[in-house]
Design a protein around this ligand. Sequence first.
Ligand SMILES: NC(=O)c1ccc[n+]([C@@H]2O[C@H](COP(=O)([O-])OP(=O)(O)OC[C@H]3O[C@@H](n4cnc5c(N)ncnc54)[C@H](OP(=O)(O)O)[C@@H]3O)[C@@H](O)[C@H]2O)c1
Length: 288
Amino acid sequence: METTLIVGCGYLGRRVAEFLQRANNPVLITTRRPESVDVLRGHGYAAHELDLDAGADFIPPGGPYRVLYLVPPPHYGAQDSRLPRLLSALRGHPPLRFVYAGSSAVYGDRQGAWVSETAAVAPQSETAARRLHAERSLIQWCSEHGISRVILRLAGIYGPRRLPLERLRSARAAVREAEAAWSNRIHVDDLARACIAALQHPSPRTLYNVADGHPSSSTAFLRAVAERTGLPAAPEVPLREALAQASPAQARFMLESRRLDVSHMREDLLPDLLFPDYLAGLSAIQDF
Ligand SMILES: NC(=O)c1ccc[n+]([C@@H]2O[C@H](COP(=O)([O-])OP(=O)(O)OC[C@H]3O[C@@H](n4cnc5c(N)ncnc54)[C@H](OP(=O)(O)O)[C@@H]3O)[C@@H](O)[C@H]2O)c1
């Protein structure tokens, strides 16, 4: 059976690996820190240390394999230097398919409009520009090597131990609902299932938006998290006031408003979600 190579096995990757292991699919995973490698091996995974900032003397799996790439771009610069390093390490023995988990930030601000995969990209931050650079590097490499590729443009991930608790504890203000931007989310279990479907689908499209299809404001999400966890709700203030307290990255998030159209994801990868909106997802979370 083909091996799945998960590059960057953090929060999402662990969930994907668990699902694949349960289904007896061979998995090979990489993480940057030696202590994480030991933990993962302790859980029965074939794990390797790989730091794509330190070069990539990585030997790809021996037989046929597929890649799920979950490493974020570096924090600085206009390009993603990490992905090209991995691609060059895989050149001698390329995968059958490469699935790249990117970001819907590449669409920029759409003033609340629904955005499908055919929308033009308009990155408004260096982070989003690096994501776009990674997408383009992958497209070029896969066409040169004749490899199937799937790019996933992800919404915000939430799930057990991935909730904005520190944000609530800091009592930083949220934008009042009337002025709040639309944002998109997906529960980690549904996202992991979408990633596996993208790896295994016999004839996937090359690009998918991935979210639960029920956008809301971050303010509404924060309020629901506060109710679920018993933490004090964030004060809700006018946009101008919230912007004055925000870092540049937080301000950008407040100003970028879009709703992801996920019809293609629903058709091909995930017809049924376990958690169709954040209320369903939050109510199932026990481990905050
Ligand atoms: N969180 C969100 O809401 C969101 C939204 C859209 C897209 N995404 C993207 O989706 C992907 C998966 O998210 P996640 O929450 O699972 O991320 P995560 O928990 O931070 O995991 C990222 C993984 O990448 C590895 N990594 C980081 N820098 C690396 C480097 N220089 N070389 C090799 N590996 C490196 C990390 O290794 P260590 O564990 O050793 O640090 C970790 O295994 C990420 O690319 C993330 O940016 C996330």
